[in-house]
Design a protein around this ligand. Structure first.
Ligand code: G3D
Ligand code: MG
Length: 202
């Protein structure tokens, strides 16, 4: 039995996933998580360290890490990369001033070895704000089409109305599950031959 098979079998028993929420400060990470968890979203303060939320979504236990995105905190993001199954990159779609910063931070994360296998969900948040960029504009601003190294998807959403939050989580969970739990045979063989090519998704 190969090491990959053993690791997968252990995870299969647990049916756990580790999801990392990152993005620039003020993007709406904490608000999205509170909304998903059915909590009050009024009066949320900037996250100075991190929050962890654990909840069961479908048959999976999701351990979600929400880490502060202020510039001074970004060097600490790397402390949270280990064993990440999915990265959720949250964007404030109304923030046109910081799209370059947002793109650069995302693309530097994608170079990290410890995030190499993670699925990437981009939430184009704050769609309820009039004049915010739509998901195609965000896709282009962040140059998502150039990403070949990770499975990715972008969804327009709003933490206030709840639009697409569950759909986004569903995509991430399905993508991770497809890799961790349902493709053992295929991956065991392909991993011996060459790295599995990953097609970009939209
Ligand atoms: P962060 O965790 O990414 O840093 P927060 O972001 O969740 O703290 O949210 C930052 C601000 O954006 C908060 O407003 C929050 O209410 C607001 N926000 C988050 N998501 C949305 C959204 O989808 N729509 C709108 N209209 N606002 C959103 P305050 O005023 O408390 O700073
Ligand atoms: Mg926060």
């Amino acid at each position: 039995m190969g090491l990959l098979t053993i690791i997968r079998k252990n995870r299969q028993k647990e049916k756990e996933m580790r999801i990392l929420f990152l993005g620039l400060d003020n993007a709406g990470k904490t608000t999205i998580l509170k909304k998903l968890n059915g909590e009050d979203i009024m009066g949320i303060s900037p996250t100075l360290g991190f929050n962890i939320k654990t909840f069961v979504h479908r048959k999976y236990t999701l351990n979600i890490w929400d880490v502060g995105g202020q510039r001074t905190l970004r060097p600490y993001w790397r402390n949270y990369f280990e064993q990440t199954d999915a990265l959720v990159w949250v964007v404030d779609s109304g923030d046109r001033m910081r799209t370059q910063d947002c793109k650069e931070e995302l693309h530097s994360l994608l170079l990290e070895d410890r995030l190499a296998g993670a699925s990437l969900l981009v939430f184009a948040n704050k769609q309820d704000i009039q004049g915010s960029m739509n998901s195609t504009e965000i896709r282009d601003a962040l140059d998502l089409l150039s990403i070949k190294s990770h499975h990715w998807k972008i969804l327009p959403c709003s933490a206030v109305t709840g639009e697409n939050l569950v759909e986004g989580l569903d995509w991430a969970v399905d993508d991770v599950a497809g890799r961790l739990y349902y493709s053992t045979a295929v991956e065991d063989v392909s991993s011996r031959i060459s790295p599995r090519p990953i097609a970009a998704q939209q």
